[in-house]
Design a protein around this ligand. Sequence first.
Ligand SMILES: NC(=O)c1ccc[n+]([C@@H]2O[C@H](COP(=O)([O-])OP(=O)(O)OC[C@H]3O[C@@H](n4cnc5c(N)ncnc54)[C@H](O)[C@@H]3O)[C@@H](O)[C@H]2O)c1
Length: 405
Amino acid sequence: MFQETVEAQGHLIDSHIMERIFDTVVEYQGRFEVEVFQIGRTNSEPSHLRLRIETPSADLMDKVLGQLIGLGCTPVDSRDVEIRIVERDCCAPEDFYSTTNQRTEIRFGGAWLTVGKQRMDACIVIENGAAWCRKLRDIKAGDAVVVGMRGIRVIPESKERDRHGFAFMSNEISSERQVDTAVSQTANLIQQMRAEGKTVVVVAGPVVVHTGGVKPLGALIRAGFVDALLCGNALAVHDIEAALLGTSLGVRMQDGRLEEHGHRNHMRAINAIYHAGGIRGAVESGRLPSGIMYECVKANVPFVLAGSLRDDGPLPDTITDMNKAQDAYNEHAHGAGLVLCLSSMLHSIATGNMLPGWVKTVCVDINPAVATKLSDRGTGQAVGVVTDVGLFLDHLAKKLVSGYE
Ligand SMILES: NC(=O)c1ccc[n+]([C@@H]2O[C@H](COP(=O)([O-])OP(=O)(O)OC[C@H]3O[C@@H](n4cnc5c(N)ncnc54)[C@H](O)[C@@H]3O)[C@@H](O)[C@H]2O)c1
């Protein structure tokens, strides 16, 4: 039998981490013995676990440790991390440590360093005594990359911090929950972010425009509740189509009827923006007089339009190099306090992949499977609100923007 002893600290019981640790050992044909367990005796005091593990093979032990590290367990004989130097750009050593989105520390030179720019699916690079997450595509020859599983400590998010502000976090995703309650909680979170000086990033799909969300989202932007807008070509195209021609995908915003030859309208909108040299040019010249993109330009709220295979045009502002689009998203997503994902499966999951696990994330979609998918892809902190996004935004603007009707 192969043996290891690991330790974990935190809110192990009420965050259900302890049972997951035990289940993981058993799943890999291992046996465990609890050597020490000290329960935290107050709501803020952490519990402490020391666990001896046995597995029938070294390979299974590696697999168990790989999983247990993600649950906050660290081998007790923790030495410094093992490092290997990259020989070719974009080619990490085969046994590189692939990160989670949880707060991570590595032991280097006898001291624990917090890893910067935390995100999932990255390598850890050590540079000038500091540790950073870096995507495979950005790894360069000569980089010192962490390999194996020694000297790595992951601190999983515990529920404790969310007992007040984000208390609905653990609720199941359900269409039967009152929308108004979810809107109130989201509004409180946004206010909390503002009070704490943290940013609110909105990720949105074109359904926002189709469902009448232009007015409330525009009002929220104008009132300073949005710090960045991340979306695809379509949201901007249909928003501009609505502003210039009164339709969204050829459907009249006023009465929901199809306009004759309306299917051309989104192309005419794209053309108008090309004539103006881009969205900012169209706003500054007076050509684009209203809408979500207009409000962003007016309020100096940065926006990123990330391209996709589906795009018409695309608009001159749309970034079609996917790596550059990801980097541009990352710049805003990473420092966010709250990310509001509105009716775009593609853009919500893409943004979720970039976020550290402690960034609060609310996902509004009519389909409960979208929030579930976001969670399953690793953005476990995401809270799902199953409702029509236009309705949600209207309620949110009523709660946050004074004078909004
Ligand atoms: N003309 C164009 O250029 C064009 C048109 C469409 C999409 N696109 C691009 O394709 C990509 C994918 O588009 P996407 O993000 O819209 O698609 P998506 O399928 O990833 O997401 C759409 C989401 O909207 C949800 N939804 C539908 N009705 C809703 C409602 N009433 N309330 C709340 N949620 C609702 C769906 O459940 C779905 O999850 C984007 O990059 C987009 O810009 C381009």
